[in-house]
Each structure stands twice: as C-alpha cells, then as structure tokens.
Write a protein that binds this ligand. Sequence first.
Ligand code: BGC
Length: 789
Amino acid sequence: MKKTTIYKAAALLSVAAAGTAHSDSEQAWSDEKISSLLSEMTLEEKVLLTSGRDAWSTQPIERLEIPYIWVADGPHGLRRAPSTDTWGYGDQLPATCFPTASALSATWDVALLREVGAALGTEAAALGVNVLLGPGVNIKRSPLGGRNFEYFSEDPFLAGKLGAAYIDGVQAQGVGTSLKHYVANNLETERMWANSDVDDRTLNEIYMTPFEIAVREAQPWTVMACYNRVQGEYGTQSMHMLTQKLKEDWGFEGIVVSDWDAVIDRVEGIRAGMHLEMPGKPGRVTNRMVIDAVKNGDLDEADLDRVVRDILKVVLRAKAVEDTSRDQNLDEHHAFARQVAAQAVTLLKNDGPVLPIAQDKHRKIAVIGEFAVNPRYQGNGSSEVKPSRLDKFIDIVGAEYGDEFEINFAQGYSLADDTDFSLIDAAASLAAESDVALVLAGLPLQYESEGIDRLHIDLPPAHNRLIEAVSEKQPNTVVVLTNGSAVAMPWVDRVPAIVEAWLGGQAGAGAVADVVFGKVNPSGKLAETFPVRLEDTPAFLNFPAEDGEVLYGERVFVGYRWYDKRGIEPLFPFGHGLSYARFAYSDMELSSEVISDTDTLAVSVKLSNSGKVEGKEVVQLYVRDVEATVRRPEKELRGFAKIALAPGESREVRFELSERDFSYYSTRHGQWLAESGEFDILIGASSRDIRQENRVKLQSTKKLNYRFSEYSFFRELWSNPQLKPLLVELMPAWLGSLAGEGRPPEEAVIEPFLQDQPMIKFPYFTAGEVSAEQISGFIARCNEMTYTP
Ligand code: BGC
C-alpha cells in the first residue's frame, strides 16, 4: 500500500518500519479476481457483504468461497471473544494488556509504538483475529473525556505519528487495524447523537490531522466511523468526510467500518462511502432497505459495487496473509509490557532529588495505597483486556528489593469511594517510621470509562487526604499516580516527588518499581497538559454537549495552544517530564535563513547528557508563525525525537521541515497555506522549556485567486494596493468628492463607517454612480486576479 508523508519533521533517527512479515500473494486480491467475483454476485449477496454477520465477523458467502474475517477490540491488547457471535465481556481470551494509549503516548517513541503494534499483531494473528480495532487517535479536547485513556494526545501531530507507528507495527504482522473514531468524537456524553459543531479550520488542523497523518503514512486496512454527528452530519454518512477527505484527498485504500451500531441511514452511508455496517444484527433490517433502494433507483448500484469491491479486497487480503500458527508469546510480551510501561512513566517532580530510592538514604520504605495490592491498570469499556497475568507492586518490590530494603505496607484507602480515617492514620504512622513513603494513588476504575465523561478532575477525596496526611509526617513522600488522564493535585507543593505511571497495563507495577529504584531512568513526557483547575481548561464552557450540540468554541486553541495563548500557567505543561540525567541543548542550526514554501528546511541541534547516568530525552521542535493574517497558536509541535545518551555523550539531532509544517488551514481557500513571513523554530525539553530558537523567513510561491464576494468589505479592497486602482476606476466621482477638490480619488479619506460596509451597499452610498451589476462585475474581476499569500 502507498505511503506518503505530509510532515517531514518526524524524528529522523527513528528506526525503519518493521519489515513485512509475510510474503503477500497479491493474486488473491487482484483487481481481476475482485471484478470476477463482483460480476458473479447477486444484489442480495453484495448487500450482505456490506453488513456484519454477528458481533465480530463479516459475512462469508460460501457459494463464491468468500471467507469471513474476524475483527476484535483493541486498542492496547486483544479482547477476543470465545466466538465471533459472543460479546466477550469477561469471558474474553487472555491476552497481554499493554499500557493504554495515554501511557504509550507519554513514551513519545515511534519505534517503540511500532514494536507494541507488532506484539499486538502477533497476538491477534495467533488467535485468528484479522483486524484489531485500534488505534484511537481522537484529540483529548478536555481532560473530562471519558475515553482519554484510550487516546494519545491533545496534539494532532503527536497523535498522528504515534498512531501511524502503531498501525505499521500491527499490519506488518498480517493483521489489519481500525483507525478510530473518525472524527471529532471527543466526548462520551450523548456520544451516539451529539453534533460536534466545529469550524472547518479547526476540524482540519486539529481533529482530522491525526487521521490524515495515520492514513497517509500507514494505510490502515480500516477506518472506524464515529457515532456522533460532525457539522450536522453523522460520521457514518458524511460524503465529505468519508469520500472527499479520506479517499480522495488522503488516498485511503481500505474500508470504512461503522462504530458498533453507529449507522442511522445505511443507504445514505453507502452512497457516502461507508463500507461495512457493524455488528451484524441491524443488517437484518437494513439489508432490505439497501436492496429496495437499489431496486427502486434510490441507490445507484455502482455506489454499492464500489464499496463491495473495497470490502472484497480487504477480506481476501486478510485471509491470504492470515497466519494462525503464530504463538501468542505471552511470557515474552509480559516482559515487554513492563519495558514499555517503564518508558511511559513520567517523572513530574523530583525535588531533592528524592528519587531514585537509594540504599544509603532510604532503608525503610513505606508502600502505601490499595493500588499496591489491587492494581489499577486499564480503563473501562470495550477496550478491557483480560490480562494473561497481573503484577502487583507489593509483590514485585518484595521479590526484587525485599533483601536490600525493609518494605512495609499500609492500605491507606479502600476501593470503595469513601474516606476511612483509620486507614489514613495508620498509613501516616507507618510513613513517620520510614525513610521514604511511596503513596500509590490515582483514579479508581469507575472514574474512567467509555460511555461516561468525568465530572471533575479530582482524585477521590480519600487519596488527597492520604497524600496530605502522609506528607505531613514524612518529608520524603513520593506520590505515584495511576490514571488515564490529567488530574488536579492540590498537594503539589507539599510533596517532593510525583511520578505519573498512567494506566500501565498488566506489568505496570514492575515498571514503577524499575523507575523509583533507578533501574530505568524515566523518560516519559506529558502528551497532554495537566491543568491547575478544571476552569482553566480550553473546553470548560463547552463541555459536554448541550441539547445535543457541542460547540468547539476554543477553536484551534486546544491543549497547550490554549494555555500558551491565554497565558495560563498549567500545573505541568505539555511535553514536560524529568530524568535522572541532565540534558543540555546547544548549537542549533538552520540550513537556511530564507526558504520558499517548496524548500525543505533542515534544523539541527546538539544534545548532550551532562548528568551522571544514561538517559533518554525527547527533543521537541515547535514552530511559531510570527506574522500571520489569521489567529495562530503561539507554537505548534512539528517534530520530536527520543534520543538515548550515555553520560558525557553528545549527539546531533536533526529535523526537516516543509510547507505543511508552516501552514494553517485556510477556510477561505479550502487548502493548507504557508504564508510569506517570519517563523520561529523553537527547540526544547517541553512546550514551556524552550532551550534554543532561531528564525527563518519563508517566501510563498503560491498564486491564489482572490475569493471576494459582494459581501466583502470596502476596507479589504481599499487597503489592498493591487485592488485599490480598480476601486478608483469603479467609482471615481464618489471617491473624488471624498478626496476634495483638486486631489485624485485614490487619496480619498474614507471614514470607518463606510470602510466597514459590504460592497453590495455601494450603489446606495455612491448615490447610483455604480449599479449592483457593476459591483458584481467588479468582484468577478478582482477574483480573476491572483496574489501571493
Ligand atoms: C466502541 C468502539 C469499539 C466497538 C466494538 C464501540 O462501542 O466505541 O471503540 O471498537 O464498540 O466493541
């Protein structure tokens, strides 16, 4: 399948995509084969193929030897039901539960994501699953989003790049993916119906971009259409989204699968380019509707043929590359899941430094919190994996560190959402007698779930009280958080160290131990801003829906774009994460000070490890448009690279930027535009820790036609040196009278009241010097002219 790159700034140092693990016998899904099958299919059979058979499989057509394929959730592990016609909640087959997407994204490591994908693909192949339903690349618009744990980031570039790597990894194993939930599916409340009222620029720049990157770069076999409406239209029946954008603009070659029970009007869906309705049950009613629509001429059979063709291609291909002889590799994957979770651990604060725990300082360790014996490791809903094993923090530290340290445990809180002061007091007493306290706190399972948004960003009151009580007694209090999305930390200044462990999957407990005891140097960075208060967040006034309408009022200012622009201090900014090493940035260089929009700009910076231990740093590159004709964010992530360095080692990190990296989406022109002018290239350790910067001047080579209408303002034309003479030519007498006797009309001083009038009114203001027809002709003439943005 084709691959194209829209952003060049991906880490140049990342490893190459995993090789194709199977030898494709392309004959099995050749165009000829598909055409021949299609010509033999009856109308009824074609329609059958466009709806599922049952919960998890497509419809086989035995007469023509068309097989079925098996699809299963996803995304951070396989939820494979015992059979295709059972739901698999609780009785799903054991599989490796990897860290969820919000943890995976904190690694900022595309090579690692590819490896995770490969492991997931292997498990899927071993269990006969042909398509894994993931990854989810929806934007975390609000920390309240109930499925944030399943999504990567608030930033479209990061989400897209990680999604593409995950897809590459899975698909290299001969298993397809389903990129979900397309698109603007950013809340759970009323998710089946709510309308995402988002303007075109924002939709393109923020919400569609991760899908675009993943489709162009990794060609997922399937894309999952969302439940919600977008700009008034259901995601499962939007011609604009499914055909114009996905297929025509981005070159998507796979099929669109509806989210489960997301289809409203199946006929309209097929027309729009929605291929497969899932699951099977609705088809018992909707198949007839499609057959009737073809018979009575409402639906062109060619539209149906088009989707059938694409489905056949995916089904035949999936079956041809299927390899169920693979081993699930559960032992190996458990060990790998621990490594991945350790890469995700994000050290938010480490004063002192308290961490890592060292034998000479911290002999007696208090492990506090029910999560140490009853781990929280994934979210609620369709993504729930039945883990092949589940590590507990208390067991791991006992087994791995029990000989060197004295380790004691206090429960601190129970999983019931109440506050038991006797548990808190006992924990505080244990902390007082210890050298260090590790408080495992976070969000219980019921706080984060598909189908339900959060109502606040607070930890359970018992956890906050516990942290406060322990930190009063023990200066070396380390808070270890497990949660899938941002939380408030009212005690942030009272504790010296905070470790964000995310939802680390089945081996997450070991990963936390690896980091706090210093076996692994933390290198996670926040892929989402942690706000001080919910009131500070971008969508605060517009979340969730009201009367089915979700107004995306913050527009492109999502995540750090919002905090930067509004000058709001976050609790921890996007991109933040500490290390036990120290990194220095120097010698930033640009390949040129002036470029055109057809050039590539090479950016390099030297990164050095000036610390005492080996470590990894995520070098982040942001671009700021210094002078723009539209409101743009202060900075936008356009590149990142995860670099490992030994103490004293230095390395040059290189990025490449091209047109799209400087562009915004112009609603007026319906295209991406990089405007001429200056841009700052910022390189740093987080969005609020810029270490090096440089400026480049860009010259556009585009020639754009003006897009004026009769409703364009006089001011827009009068202030344009290219158009002013035409305006003077159009209404010389009126302008002359304003200029005053003896002065040329172009020197007329036009009062603001008139400048801000639309051209359509000028027949009145000129008392008939120009007619409505002349105004229309003038606008048409302007629009034939071109300019360079
Ligand atoms: C979820 C999808 C999931 C599907 C199948 C839907 O409700 O939104 O993410 O893949 O169910 O379980």
